[in-house]
Design a protein around this ligand. Structure first.
Ligand SMILES: [Zn+2]
Length: 117
């Protein structure tokens, strides 16, 4: 699986008594790149939601038989929306709501992550 660079924003989640857990999220500006995570290992991946295949099939179907580049599990089973769901250090699943307000551009960063088909 290849990697691609996308623009995202940094957020801080809290889960299970821990604060300031760093997460990342995207905003639907221009190209809509959506983040996902492998809930088994915490790998972060993205999909280009402008992919015309998504008009007729689900994300899981689009992923097909691809496996996680970091743990080898079938992504159609382990893929979850991120950072709505994220794997914490102790193996539990935390949740983060990025909200709907655009953060200032100064808070954006480019991140190189795995690119889903
Ligand atoms: Zn994985």
């Amino acid at each position: 699986m290849k990697r691609g660079k996308i623009r995202c924003y940094r957020g801080y989640a809290h889960a299970f008594g821990r604060w300031n857990i760093e997460v990342f999220y995207t905003m639907p500006d221009g190209h809509h790149m959506k983040l996902f995570t492998c809930i088994e290992c915490g790998a972060i991946l993205f999909m280009d939601m402008d992919n015309p295949a998504l008009a007729r099939q689900t994300v899981q179907e689009t992923v097909g038989d691809e496996v996680c580049p970091e743990c080898g599990r079938l992504l159609r089973n382990s893929l979850r929306e991120y950072p709505e769901n994220f794997l914490t250090e102790d193996g539990r699943i935390g949740h983060f709501d990025p909200g709907r307000h655009y953060p200032p551009d100064s808070e954006s960063l480019f991140k190189e992550i795995w690119q889903l088909p």
